[in-house]
Design a protein around this ligand. Structure first.
Ligand SMILES: Nc1ncnc2c1ncn2[C@@H]1O[C@H](COP(=O)(O)OP(=O)(O)OP(=O)(O)O)[C@@H](O)[C@H]1O
Ligand SMILES: [Mg+2]
Length: 468
């Protein structure tokens, strides 16, 4: 009998091709299933059978099945086999247990990530049930599957625990800002938005508010089309208000673009793209006070609808929308690079904002990006000079993976949650550290990832506390 109740509200996948099944079980258990592939118009194709868990992994690589029927009575079985399959990094697999009637096997397999289990002996009724339910079981596994964390070897239970409510953390609007071009505002904003949404499973809106022409669309390899800040600002100007319905009409879900294999019913990352021509910054809808009020109203609304609103800003404080964001943000990730010009410029602009525009200094959180010990700057001195502790440090990526990710249009963090070269890993850790500071439960995923990957001293640069 199928013990695990299927989730409601999931879409059916209408796919013509048969689903592939690999069975790991003793012969008396797998034999009844062999009839499935022989039926006319069969929905399922039995690709391989094995009596040994050690061969199973090879079969998965060779046959790439959508479903695995797994008996704990197979040679070499352990609960780790279940979680290995359920977290297979390259594609989702529905693991379905075939468990003896006595013992706690079903619960153990489900805890390890199995989608469902049937109790042996395998009767024709069970075979028929599996035939009818296989596609739904696979859909369910595919929905829960999370490519980046699967690649990192993070067990599904950890991700689910992080995704649940009950953790004390602050939601809100987080702006990424620096006073100089090229400090890494867009790169850090896009990657932190991806970590919060795709890895930690929070509901995130990424807003590209750079009035010098945002580039978030390029980072995500998406077309801005009608989903831009200017379109929403025009709606706002013509209707003299901003509602959730108006916002939802303009944002676009990014999850499917980020990973076509991941099928989520509701997108976790929505995006509002930026202006696409520099002249658009001077249109009445975005210019001066109007632009400032629009951004304030937009962020106040978005804060209610999302767990996190991540805003990529341009450097100038003189543009209405930029100032509107700095004013309305709960936290401003204030990015400096480790050269003196960046530090001096950032400090004097911050001082002016605090004294003349009355912005709260404590909402500015200092992040040193592109750090390299060879730059001969002491992080403690940098923190003292800026008058605030270092929130996180992101090392310079000497492996060029950060730039390669932009050129490929697939964010760096989503490509590199698995095993990395040390230089790439150090930069990833800096980005994870920013995310953990914003959303502390992320620490559980970071810990699970480091356990699986056997990293040591991961935060030699990444973590707060190395400067103060
Ligand atoms: N930690 C890093 N290591 C290596 N390269 C980085 C790092 N951070 C950012 N970069 C690179 O620096 C360049 C500038 O980054 P980005 O466009 O994010 O800066 P920005 O502050 O948004 O610039 P702008 O002011 O023009 O909007 C990009 O090519 C990016 O790949
Ligand atoms: Mg930018």
């Amino acid at each position: 009998m199928l013990k695990n109740l299927l989730k409601r509200g999931t879409e059916e996948v209408a796919e013509a091709t048969a689903l592939g099944v690999v069975i790991a079980a003793p012969p008396n258990i797998f034999q009844p299933f062999l009839s499935l592939g022989a039926a006319p118009d069969h929905q399922l194709s039995i690709l391989a059978t094995t009596r040994d868990a050690a061969d199973l992994i090879e079969d998965i690589r060779a046959y790439r099945p959508q479903l695995v029927l797994l008996s704990p009575e197979v040679r070499g079985y352990s609960p780790e086999v279940v979680s290995q399959l359920a977290n297979w990094p390259e594609f989702p697999i529905a693991v379905v247990g075939l468990v003896p009637p006595t013992g706690n096997w079903g619960a153990e397999m489900t805890a390890g990530g199995a989608t469902a289990f049937y109790t042996t002996p395998v009767t024709p009724a069970i075979v028929g049930q599996f035939d009818r339910q296989a596609r739904t079981l696979f859909d369910q596994a595919r929905e829960q599957w999370n490519a980046p964390v699967a690649a990192a070897g993070v067990p599904r239970q950890v991700v689910e625990a992080v995704g649940t409510t009950g953790y004390a953390y602050r939601t809100g609007v987080i702006a990424f800002w620096s006073t100089k071009g090229g400090d890494g505002k867009t790169t850090l904003a896009v990657n932190v938005a991806c970590l919060l949404s795709q890895v930690a499973g929070k509901k995130v809106l990424l807003v590209d508010a750079d009035m010098n022409c945002g580039r978030a669309a390029l980072h995500l390899n998406m077309q801005p089309d009608q989903n831009t800040l200017l379109h929403l600002a025009s709606d706002y100007a013509s209707e003299a208000q901003l509602t959730g319905k108006m916002l939802r009409r303009r944002v676009v879900g990014a999850d499917r673009h980020l990973d076509s294999r991941t099928r989520v019913v509701e997108s976790r990352l929505d995006v509002l793209f930026g202006i696409t021509k520099i002249q658009q910054a001077s249109t009445p809808e975005l210019h001066g006070q109007q632009g400032q009020h629009f951004m304030g109203d937009l962020l106040r609304l978005a804060r209610e609808l999302y767990d996190f609103v991540i805003v990529d800003l341009g450097s100038s404080t003189q543009m209405g929308p930029h100032f509107g964001v700095l004013n309305a943000a709960d936290v401003v990730i204030f990015i400096c690079t480790s050269d003196r010009t960046s530090l001096f410029h950032n400090r004097s602009t911050l001082q002016a904002l605090v004294s003349e525009a009355d912005l709260r200094p404590d909402k500015f959180k200092l992040v040193i990006n592109r750090f390299d010990p060879a730059d001969r700057i002491d992080l403690k001195d940098a923190a003292d000079f800026m008058g605030m502790p270092i929130f996180a440090t992101v090392p310079e990526d000497h492996s060029r993976a950060v730039i390669a990710a932009i050129n490929e249009g697939r964010p760096f963090v989503l490509q590199h949650m698995g095993k990395n070269k040390p230089e790439t890993e150090a930069t990833l850790n800096g980005l994870l550290a920013i995310t953990e500071e914003i959303f502390p439960p992320m620490g559980a995923i970071i810990k699970a990832r480091s356990g699986q990957n056997g990293h040591k001293g991961r935060f030699s640069f990444g973590r707060r506390g190395n400067a103060r």
